[in-house]
Design a binder for this molecule. Sequence first.
Ligand code: EPZ
Length: 422
Amino acid sequence: MDSIIVKGNGPVHGQIPIAGAKNAALTLMPAALLTDQPVTFTNVPRLSDIKTTNELLASLGTEVTVSDEGQTIKLHTPEMTSDVAHYDIVRKMRASILVLGPMIARNGVAAVSLPGGCAIGARPVDLHLRGLEALGAEFDLRDGYVHAKAPGGLKGAVYELPFASVGATENILMAATLAKGTTVLKNAAREPEIVDLADLLRSMGAKITGDGSPDITIEGVETLGGANHPVVTDRIELGTYMLAPLIAGGEVELLGGKRSLLEAFCQKLEEAGAEITETGAGLKVAAKNGRIHAVDVTTEPFPGFPTDLQAQMMALLATADGTSVLEEKIFENRFMHAPELIRMGAQIEVHGGTATVTGVDKLRGAPVMATDLRASVSLILAGMAAEGETIVSRVYHLDRGYEQVVRKFSGIGAIIERVTNT
Ligand code: EPZ
């Protein structure tokens, strides 16, 4: 397995290009199953999760054409050749569940392996199933698979989600585009990735209004056509790299960054002492008079503070002036980076879903272990502010969500390299 070695090297300067959003691409690509016409995506991030999605769609009968060094992907499913999304692919990526809605809508039948939990929590799919049941799908859970059928096709319905689940919103939204009649999805997730999915579906001929608000209305259509769609900018990659000049000092410009993707996060950073300037090319970030002070953070569904930036924010607060309280309200076990940061000298106390972080002057480099995608990059950020060398192991987590991470951090002056362990 590979490791990443990072050495504290003082302030960083330069520009980082922000890629297309992983969490948009992972729902946009399954939407291509809804039509027998080709759908082409540009600005696709080059990540292992994208390769897994290509493999999953190909197993269902999609012709996958990758070009432009992986940034352009054409998906064409003239007909589905399988109704089964197998465990050996689904187990690699829980977002595989997002083929369920499109498969039922396209063919009226599907068998999708249950994704299984992951490091950050059980992550059931009950809300996906209840929403699709409201549209007329019938489910039978056996031998680790969700067996679905909709003999008479899907029918529009009014359904209120008990929780604004991102994935459930995406599955229900995609399925509803081909249901007979009108669907109103209430308490829907409002993330920019949902709006990007709705934009794609509209360009395929779907009739959708209200995306980005809690109530989405979808008027079912007979068929959907092909489209060309650029993947929206990755707000989590953006937020992650915005923290680099705040943790290490200096100033960095994030190319393609838009404040509107991360308003709550930007406000929290400004409260902590960051200066964020919108330039023609993106966002420029620096710490006002060089210091960052403690702030309290609670993760919430969009437009609140993103849970996917909680681990990275904890790394920043570990070296801020004062004591911060972080509340993780979305996942039940998303503080696994805390023990690793403590190994680097951070002062953190975790009680259930609350972490209290008392800033220290300097962290110390140490061997640490990545436990999940966002935790792994928070350890790199901490290593940039630490004295000495930090070795982050199990960096395969990183490859799922951050393209060219060593190159992007090196580009602003970080001393970072990737080594392959025997
Ligand atoms: C999406 O996951 C993202 N993944 C996650 O990003 C992100 O953290 C999450 O949304 C919240 O913003 C993708 O888009 C591929 P949820 P998703 O359904 O859809 C519970 C990353 O690092 N829940 O909003 O799984 C669930 O257990 C990843 O890029 C149910 O109980 O998130 C969790 O506690 C991590 N039943 C909470 O809701 C369900 O049926 C939020 O889940 C579905 C979810």
